[in-house]
Write a protein that binds this ligand. Structure first.
Ligand SMILES: Nc1nc2c(ncn2[C@@H]2O[C@H](COP(=O)(O)OP(=O)(O)O)[C@@H](O)[C@H]2O)c(=O)[nH]1
Ligand SMILES: [Mg+2]
Length: 258
């Protein structure tokens, strides 16, 4: 292992943001020599809870992640965020209001945000995102959120190595639920119906719930909880947080006993 590889590893373990950013770029560009570094770091990780957040553009994924990250940070957890959504407000396409809201977590020393371009990954975006998660895991982040657009194979790939998969919808998503890639519905652990401030008519919510119930019956596994939230106002985010913290405790127990 070269001296520069060693210094990259030390930098990541010391949670040096510049080094983390540099190594993730190496991964994106499939730089030679990166594999042994990832192998070393991979062995250091395993503590973080990896949460895939998916759903149609505009459903409120970024807003939700922002709220969760802010609250987790207040509780002294460290949060890594990986964005693979080109429309994400984190990645610069933000409305002014979004930017102002996001500034507080971008400056938060317990939060690290990385957006990944959806083009130009030599080894594939999916693999790059996976390695980026490994890097953040090794760096000691407690939670890692991966935001994807929710319409393609990538979401299902990410779900395959996430500990928890959250599907975000809105009250009028009834038809989207039908249209959503079947495989994605199968892997969802939690369904979020966002923007409940806008459409309090419970009829929408119960329609989605009913649609999802039919789904869990057909996939023959315990039904995933359906939580109504208003991410923009932080309403209902606490119950999602409790579920995620519980998942993390369970993961830590499994790791201990294995
Ligand atoms: N009314 C309302 N708007 C919301 C809520 N959550 C997000 N939004 C808005 O919906 C738009 C899309 O949100 P964003 O988080 O970028 O969605 P994403 O594409 O899924 O990441 C933004 O203008 C948000 O301000 C909510 O709970 N209520
Ligand atoms: Mg987004």
């Amino acid at each position: 292992m070269t001296a520069s590889s060693k210094s990259l590893i030390c930098g990541v373990l010391a949670r040096d943001r510049k080094v983390i950013a540099k190594l993730i770029s190496h991964v994106e560009n499939a730089m030679p020599g990166v594999a042994p570094i990832l192998a070393k770091l991979g062995a250091k990780g395993g503590r973080a809870l990896r949460v895939g957040i998916t759903g149609f553009p505009g459903a409120g994924k970024s807003t939700l992640i922002h709220q969760i990250a802010k609250t987790l940070s207040q509780k002294k957890y460290r949060v890594g965020i990986i964005l693979m959504d080109p429309t994400s407000p984190f990645s610069g396409g933000a409305l002014l209001g979004d930017r102002i809201r996001l500034r507080d977590i971008q400056l938060d020393p317990r939060v690290y945000i990385r957006s990944m371009a959806t083009r130009g990954h030599k080894g594939g975006l999916n693999l790059a995102a996976r390695y980026a998660s490994d890097i953040l895991d090794a760096a000691g982040f407690d939670f890692i959120f991966l935001e994807t657009v929710g319409v393609g194979q990538l979401d299902i790939d990410i779900a395959s190595y996430s500990d928890v998969t959250v599907v975000v919808m809105t009250p009028e998503s009834g038809d989207e639920v039908q249209a959503m890639k079947a495989g994605l519905m199968e892997v969802a652990d939690i369904f979020i119906v966002n923007k409940m401030d806008r459409d309090k008519e419970k009829i929408y919510f119960s329609r989605i719930e009913r649609g999802l119930e039919g789904h869990s019956v057909s996939r023959n596994r315990a039904s995933a909880p359906v939580l109504g939230v208003a991410a923009l106002y932080g309403e209902g985010v606490d119950s999602l947080l409790r579920v995620l913290i519980r998942f993390r405790v369970k993961k830590a127990r499994r790791k201990k006993s294995s």
